[in-house]
Design a protein around this ligand. Structure first.
Ligand SMILES: Nc1nc2c(ncn2[C@@H]2O[C@H](COP(=O)(O)OP(=O)(O)OP(=O)(O)O)[C@@H](O)[C@H]2O)c(=O)[nH]1
Ligand SMILES: [Mg+2]
Length: 397
């Protein structure tokens, strides 16, 4: 162990070495890494131990996957997804921020439960232009939730699967503590917020080697590519992977490679919802909230249950934020009321597959109708790229 390390970090490292169970070892090594100051002299130690951490997390994930297939217990916290799932959460130390109230305002559900502590998830359906959003209120998050406090494990498992999270923040109370606890617990649970995954993929292959490919101009412009390639190969090797193809699509660092090797990391979009905007001084607080957090949360919305005030186009805001678009299918000239929700820039092939595999397998051509286009009605093939609000009719042979 390097002499550049502070004594606390060294002591923590010893605790890691002494720890027995894999979960403990992961925890200690994470704590150790948080104690290491970041500078040139510690760079190697940090990279090496992050890589070890990634490996241990992979092992843990494998074990959990195996356990999952043998035990099938349905938790009262587990919710079957319907439509786009949006989960409301808040900090336990600030009880009654108004989650149930917002759920009720949006969906009409749970009116009689407002003002009572929510111990189990509450669910409602919010409709926006025929699109269904499942709004879920989770019990508030306690300090230590990431270690299981207050059903934290079950709650976090649901957050990891959600399409969107909303931090509900009471504007009549100090907002910083409310937000920081949530950020901290989610970060400890390996949930990354409002950032994109690093631009690389690691796929295992049959060939007995590790191949690193730089596939974009930006990726090719990374400094000292040969050195990086060797370091990437070392890290992947250390993770016990002997055959893989690494595809790099942009500027990356070694840390990004370690992230991509850590299966427990998920990326979630989060909106901040300020509540109780009818109470005095909350307008100023809302402005302060935006000043402080807009860089981390590009969407911050003010609401009031009492005044029944909530952005009318919340559904549209969500779709835009999640980069989803609406595609309307048509059959015999009749346009479906309910759109398909697709990831941005889908092709006709994606739509055909989403409707039914047979539409892809027996595909002949498609007709698309696009409002405002020079040629409104067009005959197109499988590769044609679609836009929000396009109408599509697929013809099979
Ligand atoms: N003035 C005002 N009070 C509100 C508003 N929204 C909720 N409240 C009040 O705040 C209290 C708590 O509301 P809930 O919606 O139950 O809060 P919660 O976040 O679901 O609480 P827990 O489930 O215990 O975490 C109730 O007494 C509500 O009437 C609002 O917009 N304005
Ligand atoms: Mg509640």
């Amino acid at each position: 162990m390097s002499s550049n390390l502070p004594p606390l970090a060294k002591a923590k490292y010893q605790e890691y070495l002494d720890a027995g169970a894999l979960e403990d070892r992961i925890k200690k090594l994470e704590e150790f890494l948080s104690l290491v100051p970041k500078h040139k002299a510690t760079e190697k130690i940090v990279a090496l131990n992050k890589s070890r951490l990634a490996k241990m997390k992979r092992e843990l994930d494998d074990r959990k996957q195996k356990q999952k297939s043998t035990q099938k217990i349905i938790s009262p916290f587990s919710i079957k997804k319907e439509g786009i799932q949006v989960i409301l959460i808040s900090n336990y130390q600030t009880p009654g921020v108004g989650k149930t109230s917002l759920l009720n305002l949006l969906t009409g559900a749970a009116k009689e439960k407002i003002g009572k502590y929510t111990a189990l998830p509450e669910i409602g359906i919010y409709q926006y232009q025929q699109i269904r959003f499942q709004i879920v209120e989770m019990p508030s998050i306690m300090e230590g939730a990431s270690d299981g406090v207050g059903n934290g494990k079950e709650i976090i498992a649901q957050l990891r699967a959600a399409d969107l999270l909303c931090f509900c923040i009471d504007l009549s109370r100090d907002f910083e503590d409310q937000i920081e606890l949530l950020l901290n617990e989610l970060s400890k649970a390996d949930i990354r917020i409002n950032i994109l995954p690093p631009p690389l993929t690691i796929e295992k292959t049959g060939a007995n080697k590790i191949q690193v490919l730089y596939l974009t101009k930006e990726a090719k412009r990374i400094k000292e590519l040969d050195k990086l390639t060797e370091e990437i190969k070392d890290i992947i090797n250390e993770n016990g992977i002997r055959n893989a193809i690494v595809k790099i699509y942009g500027k990356i660092t070694l840390d990004d490679v370690i992230e991509a090797l850590t299966p427990s990391i998920v990326y979630k979009k989060v909106i901040l919802l300020g509540t109780k905007g009818d109470l005095s001084h909350t307008q100023d607080v809302f402005e302060n909230l935006k000043n402080k957090y807009l860089a981390k949360f590009p969407i911050i919305l003010g609401t009031s249950y009492r005044k029944e005030s909530f952005p009318k186009d919340f559904g549209f805001i969500i779709l835009k934020f999640l980069k989803k678009i609406r595609i309307y299918t048509m059959s015999g000239g009749i346009v479906a009321e309910q759109p398909l929700i697709m990831d941005i820039n889908p092709t006709i092939k994606d739509v055909a597959l989403k409707v039914h595999r047979s539409f892809y397998e027996s595909f002949d051509h498609a007709i698309i109708i696009r409002e405002g286009a020079r040629q409104k009605r067009k005959k197109v093939g499988l590769d044609y790229e679609l836009r929000d609000n396009d109408i599509v009719e697929i013809h099979i042979i």
